[in-house]
Ligand binder design. Structure first.
Ligand SMILES: Nc1nc2c(ncn2[C@@H]2O[C@H](COP(=O)(O)OP(=O)(O)O)[C@@H](O)[C@H]2O)c(=O)[nH]1
Ligand SMILES: [Mg+2]
Length: 355
């Protein structure tokens, strides 16, 4: 495939990415459209985030996101229940944004931007200010919207990293199923060699008929990954995904191990890995930003997966990431089921956070 295809396209305001990739074989286009992409492409554009026409899967996902963010969002929304736009309102808003883990820099930025918008629009009603904040936040988050591309390289090699329990294996499982349904031949590298359960967990998620796994209990993660990429090339796989063991960025020897995995992937296939994905737990708030910075410094991240936004999410952290280390958010997770991995939309997220 020459031009590359977008597997789970971000829906806003993407020029329907599937239609734009002419060289993609027909069957891939058709299959890619299920289940995430179909809803994503069909979904209404940024200006109408919640309409009656919203396809069911995307809607139920949005509901989960809203519910998850409510803990964060309700306190922000409460700021606008008064009758006046005054210094008190801005002070309360500042506190609410900081509570939601938006961070000092992004909070300052948003407040300045909001005040400018309020002045320009001559708004007098606090509810109108809320609407302006949605617009400001959506604009801030917009650079994080990007779709994951596969098909440009054969195989496309992805390496997935993050701290323990962030949701790496679960997210790989979900992504693999989506790819397999899109007729992509996927090979998984179980480079989390520390835990025997890791491979089984992957296998449970994987569609056994279409997904192969290279693993080696207790083996060297670099060696397993190298073998997987070589095997992926030999077998003509479309995608190779390496699952790695969780680690803290402060564990320097373990970070060195990740760098080594990255290097050996490059030896197995020139130019690879094509994606280095960090999975972060959305509940970890400002610590998530620290993880993004540290893993990016060590490995050069290409994308993020932010999980558990169905929980007591500190959703504001995405604004902090957008302001301080804008790495694309390919997917967000709002639960443990397959359909709970969805593409990120700045507009939807801003709306869900502030309603
Ligand atoms: N509620 C919720 N749970 C999730 C999500 N993603 C992962 N999990 C759960 O988080 C736990 C750790 O996930 P796992 O994939 O094993 O993390 P890993 O250590 O990074 O590989 C598991 O119980 C998952 O089911 C999500 O988006 N929402
Ligand atoms: Mg794991």
């Amino acid at each position: 495939m020459a031009a590359g295809s977008s597997v789970l396209p971000s829906q806003v305001p993407a020029p329907a990415p599937l239609a734009a990739t002419a060289p993609v074989p027909q069957k891939v286009e058709a299959q890619v459209a299920v289940p995430v992409a179909a809803t994503a492409v069909a979904h209404a554009p940024a200006t109408a985030p919640t309409t009656a026409a919203e396809p069911a899967p995307r809607k139920s996902w949005l509901d989960k996101l809203r519910q998850g963010l409510r803990k964060t969002g309700s306190s922000i929304a409460q700021v606008f229940t008064g009758t006046r736009i005054d210094d008190d309102l801005y002070e309360e808003l500042e506190a609410a944004l900081l509570m939601a883990d938006t961070g000092v820099k992004a909070t300052e930025f948003l407040l300045d931007d909001l005040k400018r918008r309020v002045k320009e629009s001559k708004a007098t009603d606090p509810q109108a200010v809320r609407g302006l904040l949605v617009a400001a936040l959506a604009e801030l988050l917009k650079p994080l919207e990007k779709s994951l591309q596969v098909g440009e390289h054969t195989p496309t090699v992805m390496m997935v990293v993050g701290v323990n329990g962030a949701g790496k294996t679960t997210s790989i499982g979900k992504l693999t199923r989506h790819l397999a349904e899109a007729q992509q031949r996927v090979l998984l590298a179980a480079a989390d060699t520390f835990r025997a359960a890791a491979r089984e967990q992957l296998a449970v998620w994987a569609d056994r008929t279409q997904v192969e796994i290279v693993s080696q209990e207790g083996g060297d993660p670099s060696a397993v990954t190298f073998d997987a990429v070589v095997a992926g090339r030999a077998r003509g796989c479309d995608v190779v995904i390496a699952d790695t063991a969780g680690r803290l960025p402060t564990q320097l020897h373990l970070m060195e191990e990740l760098k080594k995995i990255r290097r050996v992937i490059g030896k197995a296939q020139e130019g690879a890995p094509h994606e280095v994905l960090l999975v972060v737990d959305g509940n970890t708030g400002q610590n998530a930003l620290n993880q993004v910075k540290a893993f990016d410094d060590a490995l050069g991240l290409t994308g993020l997966v932010v999980t558990k936004l169905d929980g007591t999410a500190k959703g504001g952290v995405l604004a902090a990431i957008a302001r301080e280390r804008p790495i694309p958010v390919y997917f967000i997770g709002v639960g443990e089921k397959l359909e709970d991995l969805q593409t990120f939309s700045a507009q939807e997220f801003a709306q869900a956070l502030l309603e």
